[in-house]
Structures are given as C-alpha cells and as structure tokens.
Design a protein around this ligand. Structure first.
Ligand code: GLV
Length: 315
C-alpha cells in the first residue's frame, strides 16, 4: 500500500498540494482541524503518519496505526503534553526559517521603540515636525536571550547588527565562538543593565514560569521583555507588577498561556503591553518543505526518520 500521510492544519489546502508535489509517492489527504473529525475513517485508520499543528481532541483515536507525527512548528510541547498522544510513536520537529522570521519580530518591535516610531506617527497626525527627536542609541546595550538554540542564536546575530552586546542563556554555560552563553541561573546578574530580554526557549518543566517575580525583581525601567517562546514561561501577574513598579518598561507578547487570548483579559488594554497573535514564527510550505523532505522521503521509502524529538528532554 502507498504510505498514507494525514494533514490536519488550518492551512491544509496549502500544505497538501505542496507536499504532494515534493513527494509524489505518498497518499496524502488533508483537513482543517475543524473538519478533521469528519475524515473518512477507513482511510484514516490505516494511515501511519500525521502532519499537524492544532488538531481536535479525540483525533489520535482515529489513527490506531499512527507511527509518526511531523510537527508543523518548532515547539512540540502541545504534542508531548497531549494526554492522548499514543506511546511509542516518533515525533519530529521542523526548523524551517523560524530564526529568520523571529529575528524580524524581535528587531521590529525593538526598533519600533528605539526609532520612536509611535512618537513620529503621532507627530505626523498633529502635523508637527519633531526636529529634536533623537533615536535611541542601541550600540553596546545589552540583549539577553533565554533559549539559545538555532532560533535564539539567529536573533542574537540580528541584534549584533545594531552593535548590541548579546548574551545567550541555556541550561548550562556553553562555549560558543561568537557569543557568551551562560547557564540560565545567571540571568539575575545581568537584568539590571539589560535593554531587552528575549524569551525563545522550548517549553519544558524547567522553563515553565521561569520569568517570575524573583527574576523580574532584578529588572529595570528601560527593559523590554519580548516573549516569542511560550506563554507558560512568563508569569503574567508578576510581569504586570514589574511593569507597574518600574522593573520592566514594556512587554511584547506573541504567546499566551491560553490562546487565543480571551476577550475579557485585562492585559489587552495595559498601556505597556503589546499583544500579537502568535505569529512571530509562521510555518509556510516554502520554508518548511525543504526541511521536512528527508523525513517525508524516508517515510515514503520505509527508511528511518531524522530530526526526531528526544521525549525525555522535551525538544
Ligand atoms: C510556534 O510557536 C512554533 O513552535 O513553531
């Protein structure tokens, strides 16, 4: 039988033709998550592979032969923590061009502040020429990046272009030819001098709630927190306290403990919070297919998979 790949994704209509073109020797069918429970049960019950990001509860039970889940994203926490994830299956992640996209996001919001774009826009509306407006100097200012894998390093490289001093933080001190990389426990040493704190760590039990009152107490009023990791990593009430008490200048949040962010969350209207809809690292076929090709081909040809997630580490 031709190997079957089920695609459950909110943009399944883009993914299915793109994967089909790249790997013609697969039998592929796709559904939007809201339609996935109506999928042909006979076809699904023999498919061994699933490409997905969000999927409906109860879906795994429809795939009793499932052997491999290819995640349509960098973080696999939603899969590994899913109570219905069958045992003994392989989960693989994709790297795509997340570093590139997420560097754009981080630099975009930092430069928005540093270039005083809001003030310029307001002045334009008032037809005012702000002749004395000086953009902020970023040279030698300190950027702290928590989570220093491929994405974190890419962001660090981008921030260096503006002359910033970049320190990465990982589970342990690490030798790196281009950056100082410290154990995350050393974060408090640098918080009082930092201009930006970027969170882009994988979501694990060790990173849950790591940006909390204890860490933020070392912050400063000029510090911008940018969270592109996971919502669970920043304790929101502690963050709001820090914003209100001069330990943090602004928070730019792309991720939240529950998404979509509920309409009645007071954080929507906090003047020092910027909220974006988890779009800092999008997955598009043009970026991801190349990355997934070795696995899609290996699966189609019955060879072992690569980029398989270490279940014990959680990434
Ligand atoms: C998005 O958040 C991802 O993990 O790819």
């Amino acid at each position: 039988m031709t190997p079957r790949l089920a695609v459950v994704h909110h943009r399944a209509s883009d993914w299915v033709p793109a994967i089909r073109e790249a790997v013609p020797n697969l039998d592929i069918r796709g559904w939007h998550p809201k339609d996935a429970m109506t999928a042909d049960p006979d076809w699904l019950s023999t498919a061994e592979a699933l490409f997905t990001w969000r999927f409906p509860d109860g879906f795994f039970a429809r795939m009793p032969k499932l052997k491999w889940v290819q995640n349509a994203g960098a973080g696999v926490d939603h899969l590994l923590n899913h109570p219905e994830l069958p045992p003994n299956i392989a989960v693989s992640r994709a790297d795509g061009r997340f570093g590139e996209w997420m560097s754009r996001y981080v630099c975009g919001y930092l430069l928005y502040e540093a270039q005083e774009m809001e003030a310029c826009r307001e002045a334009q509306v008032a037809k005012k020429w702000l002749g004395n407006l000086l953009p902020e100097r970023l040279h030698d200012k300190l950027a702290l990046i928590v989570g220093f894998g491929r994405i974190g390093r890419h962001i660090g490289t981008a921030l260096k272009v503006f002359g910033m001093k970049v320190y990465g933080f990982a589970t342990a001190d690490r030798a790196d030819p281009d950056f100082q990389v410290h154990a995350v426990g050393r974060l408090p040493e640098y918080m009082s001098q930092a201009r930006v704190l970027v969170v882009c760590a994988p979501s694990t039990s060790a990173t849950k709630g790591m940006i909390n009152a204890k860490i933020l107490a070392y912050g400063n009023p000029g510090l911008t927190l940018i969270n592109v990791g996971r919502g669970s990593q920043v304790v929101l009430p502690d963050m709001i306290n820090a914003l209100d008490n001069g330990k943090l200048g602004r928070a730019v949040l792309d991720v939240f403990p529950t998404e979509p962010l509920s309409h009645d969350e007071p954080i929507w209207s906090h003047p020092k919070v910027v909220i974006t809809p988890h779009h800092s690292g999008p997955t598009v076929p043009e970026d991801l297919i190349q990355d997934m090709l070795p696995n899609l081909r290996a699966y189609a040809e019955g060879r072992p998979l690569v980029h398989v997630v270490d279940m014990a580490k959680g990434y």
